[in-house]
Design a protein around this ligand. Sequence first.
Ligand code: SF4
Length: 319
Amino acid sequence: MKKVIMELLGKYGKEDLAILYIAKQDDKIVEFVESLQPPIPREEKWVLVISTMYGCPVGCLMCDAGEYYHGKISTEGMLEEIDFMIKKRFPDGKIPIPKFKIQFARMGEPSLNKDVLEVLRLLPEKYEAPGLMPCLSTIAPNKGADFLDELIELKNHFYPNGNFQLQFSIHSTDQEEREKWMTTNIWNLGEIAKFGEKWYTKGDRKITLNFAVAEDSKINPEIVAHIFDPEKYWIKLTPINPTSKAMDNKLQSGITVENTEVFPLVKEFRKLGFSAAISIGEWEENDIGTNCGQFATQYTNGKVSIRESYTTTEYALSD
Ligand code: SF4
């Protein structure tokens, strides 16, 4: 395997919440994150979130990762991201954490990078991690069809019995709105459901259908219920994070700190038999700028100042 020389440029965030790392791999900028879910301690749950691309070619309306695209990250490059975070805390590669998630959900659309499959094949042999659960989040681009088909075999072989989490980020039940937010080259909801039938095996985790909810989003639970089986899918509603792109595109979050408890869509989905929840992460992440793609984009645009040593967490966005 070709060795990637990764130079850590900085880290930003908080030990007890989320730390975002920014690094250079062959002169390209990559960002990755380790996070906790307070009050659950790291000994019980630890989440790594890695990038699969340098930027992203898709360019969704609410995501800063799509501000530029400098190519796919190789198998070695992705393993470097993971290994860096693991070796810092578990130098012997033994991770005795019952819930140890590696999310392929930072910069990049994973299904457009075949090397992600190789990383998924290698992880179980590389680390002693009985709690390992990969999570892959996709917008289901047309060109990702072969990848997703191959992923079925891989999941059944390496991560059976509910040890893999698949998420489709669908955002709207209106195809026109979906294509406006993401790209015209995506599966429609029917195509996603058809794939879900092939994917789902007894004992698997339910597939996540994620909606990032804007104030005026078109989300009709009846349409979802008509297409997707509540036995195989659950609904995750998330706020629109205040990224530069979201602000430029005037996307205001429909879910806010104030209305989280009473947000009506959750009830509507539950009435139709779905498990449904609002997943807000931590609002504090908005303040520290650790939403997807924000940091690398700001760095690439020369808007982030990083101090000399990465042993400090005191990195600051310049504005
Ligand atoms: S949301 Fe995903 S697919 Fe869309 S631009 Fe961001 S990284 Fe790319």
